[in-house]
Structure formats: C-alpha cells, structure tokens
Design a protein around this ligand. Structure first.
Ligand code: 5GP
Ligand code: ZN
Length: 111
C-alpha cells in the first residue's frame, strides 16, 4: 500500500521524530501551522478516525500527546489536539493522525 504515513512510521521516509511509543510515532509536521506542530501517527494503518475502534490505541495517542507537549515546552502555555476527519474535516492524508498545535495563541474558534 502506498501510504506516506505508513512509510514514515516504518522509517522508510525520514522525519523529525520527537517522541515514540510502542504503537505511536510523534513527528514534526513538514508544513507547520504554529511554532509547535506535531503529528501523532499510529504505526498501524487506519484511513480515518472512523475506521479505528482500538480504545487502547486512542489512550496511547493521548498519553503520547501529553508527553510530547511537555517535551516541546507547551504544556503550561497550552496546546490543541485535532483529528481532521474526511473531506470537510480537512483531512488530506488518509492515515489516522492527530495534530498537536502550540507555541502561539490559537484562534478561539475552531475554524
Ligand atoms: P491532515 O490535513 O490530513 O489533517 O494533515 C496532514 C498533515 O500532514 C499536514 O499538516 C501536512 O503538512 C503533513 N504532512 C504531509 N506530508 C508530510 C510528510 O511527508 N512529512 C511530514 N512530517 N508531514 C507531512
Ligand atoms: Zn498508512
């Protein structure tokens, strides 16, 4: 399967890894929308949030996000977690991932 995030998670394609757990890779986004813009990528392939019902994995992603926020120094100032889903949700890469944004005041509204 030709999936860019599978290739990144398998370390076939290089990326800036900031944190890693058993099932999740946390990397810097290639086109950052904030001073801190990380992607939490499960190593297993699920096209969208709707395709995954692994609640342990969801827990691992959230815990990895908390750790990555601390490592990146945005835990106290604040950050936002987002899972864009399908077309109107703004999803462009169809391998489940969560964004972590921080390092500046984010707009109060969601979009
Ligand atoms: P989506 O729009 O699907 O929620 O988010 C996809 C994100 O992946 C975008 O923010 C985009 O900049 C990022 N992205 C796409 N290709 C690559 C890549 O090859 N490497 C990294 N680090 N980020 C990527
Ligand atoms: Zn994939």
């Amino acid at each position: 399967m030709d999936c860019i995030f599978c290739r990144i998670a398998g370390k076939e394609i290089p990326s800036k890894v900031v944190h890693e757990t058993e099932n999740v890779l946390v990397i810097k986004d290639i086109d950052p929308q904030a001073p801190v813009h990380l992607l939490l990528i499960p190593k297993a392939h699920y096209p969208t949030l709707l395709d995954c019902d692994d609640t342990r994995l969801f827990g691992e992603i959230i815990e990895a996000a908390k750790d990555a926020a601390k490592k990146s120094g945005v835990d106290k100032s604040g950050f936002r977690l987002t899972v864009n889903t399908n077309e109107e949700g703004g999803q462009t890469v169809f391998h489940l991932h969560m964004h972590l944004l921080g390092g500046r005041a984010l707009a109060g509204k969601m979009g």
